[in-house]
Design a protein around this ligand. Sequence first.
Ligand code: SF4
Length: 380
Amino acid sequence: MTTPDSCRALYVHVPFCRTLCGYCDFYSEVLRAEAVGPLVDALLCELDGCAARRTLAFDTIYVGGGTPTVLPPGELGRLLGGVRVYADADAALEFTVEANPATVTDEVAGVLAGAGVNRVSLGTQSFEPVELSVLERRHRPEQVGETVATCRRFGMRRVSLDLIFGIPGQTLASWRRSLEAALALQAEHISAYGLTYEPDTPLRRRRDARLVSPVDPDLEADMYELALDVLPAAGLAHYEISNFACPGAECRHNLRYWHNESYVGLGPAAAGFVDEVRYKNVADTTAYVEAIAAGRSAWGEHEQLPPERRARETAMLELRLARGIERRRFVERYDVDPLQLFAEAVERHGAAGLLCVDAVGIRLTRAGFLVADTVIADFL
Ligand code: SF4
C-alpha cells in the first residue's frame, strides 16, 4: 500500500549524446562506447540498492539525459527492461523516454515498445534549419515527422515535442511556423521553452563575445504569448508555464515534480527526493560508476528539508501550474493556509494583477506567467 507521497516516480539519467549542443547545461558527454556497459550495470545496481531499502512500485518512469536513444539497442533494452521490473503491475504505467529525431530507428523503436515505453519526448526545438544550426542541433526538420511516424508505427502514441523560442535570428513568423509544424504532427503534448544562456555553455560564451545577438526581450515575450494563444486554440491546454497538452495527456511524471512529491533519481547528476531528503548524484560518469561498483553512495550533495522549507518549495513549484496552489490540498499536506503563509507576496502580486486568488487557491494570471520567475521567487 502506498500513500500519495510515497515514491511512485523514477527518473533515470543517461548522460550520453551523439554531439553536444552549445546551449545545453544538462550533464552530458559525447557517447563513449566502452562506458555504456558499466553505466547500465551501475544504474541497475543503484536501483537494486534502492529496492533493498524500500518497496518500489513506480507508476511513472522517465528516462532522460542526455539522449538515451543513442545507447546501443542491446544496452538500451537491458536498461529499460531492468527498470521496468520495478513498475507497479497494478497501475497504468507512464513510461517516457527522451529521444532526438534521427536517433529512433526501427530497431530502437522496437526496443522501446518491447520494454513497454508508451511516451516519447522528442527534442525538436525548431522546424527552421537556420535555428537548428544556431542551437547546434544535428537533425533536419523533416526527421521530426519521420520519428513521430516511427513511434506511432510501433504503438507509442503519446508523443511530446520540445520547442525553443528566443533563438538568435528567430522571428515571430518563424516561431509561428514551428508551432504550426508541431501541431500538424498532432503531438498530444508540446513544451515551449524560452532559450536561456546558461553559465559555462558555448552559447553563453558566443553571446558574451557578441558572436550571437539575443532576441529583444519584448519579442521574446511576444513569442511566449503566441504560444499561449496558438496551442490552446488547437486543443492543447496550457497547464504549466512551458507545457501544453491535450486533455488527459499532461505528463504525469513531471506533475509529480511540480507537486513536490518524492521520486527516485538514478544516474550521474540525477536528482532525487526521498524521505524528505533532496539529493544529487555526482555529475561525473566515471566517478558515479566507481562509487556504485564499490558499494558506496553516489550522492554528491544532499539536504534534509525542514517542513516549512518543503511547504515553500511546494508553493513555488505549484505556482508554475495553471491550477496554481490548491488551498485545500496545501492545508492537508502542510497544516498551514497558503494565504497566511504567503500573505505579503499574495497581496502585492495580486494588486499588480499577476496573481489571482479565489476560493480554490492562488495562481498566476496571464500577465503573471510572463514574469513568473520574479513572482515565484517571492514564495521562498
Ligand atoms: S542532445 Fe539534448 S542533452 Fe544532448 S547536448 Fe543536446 S540538448 Fe543537451
